[in-house]
Design a protein around this ligand. Sequence first.
Ligand code: SF4
Length: 367
Amino acid sequence: MTALYIHIPFCQRKCNYCDFVSYAGKEVTIDAYVAKLAAEIPNTEFSTIFFGGGTPTLLEPRHFEQILKNVAATFRSPSGHGGLKTAATLEITAEANPGTANQKKLRELRQLGLNRLSIGVQSFNDQHLQTLGRIHDAATAKRFYADARSAGFDNINLDLIFALPGQTLAEWKADLQQAIELNPEHLSVYNLQIEEGTPFWERYASSLPVTRYSLPTEDEELAMYETAIETLTANGYHHYEISNFARPGRVCLHNINYWRNGNYLGVGAGAHSHINGQRWSNPNCIEEYLQHSTRMPPNDSRVATDQRETLFLGLRLLDGLEQDKFTGFETEVSELMKEGLLEAAGNYYRLTRKGLYLGNQVFARFV
Ligand code: SF4
């Protein structure tokens, strides 16, 4: 069963750390963009839908309706029994930014069949939010969360970022505590990545002296990650992927499919697809995307090195992967086990705690 990813590349303002395909000040193209998106979705069955961005909640309910109407008519139950299901029975997630939708709009989205929100809170500390260049403060994020609950969303993820410039361990603990108090079903915690081409890259990766806040050291960053694992698991969240924690039964089905290297179709600017071992992506530029013919031909297609992808994606899950999937990689496995980064568990290989911290070193062996 194929999952559907829908990319919405519009943002009110660009955050200082962001290298996603997202643009500020292009809202005039939203109508044309949505029409293009809706036309790009083929008449087939999908298991989950994920509106990612960018800021999907900048769209109006009528835009979501236009897209979902196109999809819902072709949706079938993931159980394969063939009966047509309404969109409301599936996992339909939208990423959301605090301050970009009021309760009325969120209610309308819920009524259209969206049943999961992933809210980009990032921090509850106003000073850090300002440094990140976010458009909201902590109070707005909390109000937004309350509005989402009142609007009927009973499956909510909060995104948090740690290892922020000048952030202390105590501040990170306070962020975790405030998130837990809100009691979301799911939490994603990421360490800040300094990506080339972003204002943060200029500030932190250039040879110029850092004038204000410096980044936490590697040891401090590790302590923050360990604190997240310990705090969230102690509060009833199951740690199921390197950066993801869920209440029982609330894992993100869309992302699980991605980590299991399943089939997914990505529509919209910059969206990636993976169908039956073939991968391709759409152009990042909105104007270029709008000019393409309706069904996107693979512009970046290659015969997938699918086994490698299966390994390094699947190892992100804490359960790991069946040992027989590692055929041909016996040397890498044995080296990683000697280094204490990988371990056998039943007939699975999975990352050790050390391997979780050093995941990128493990994945690099399979690339
Ligand atoms: S809201 Fe998200 S996608 Fe938009 S600029 Fe900020 S980090 Fe990037």
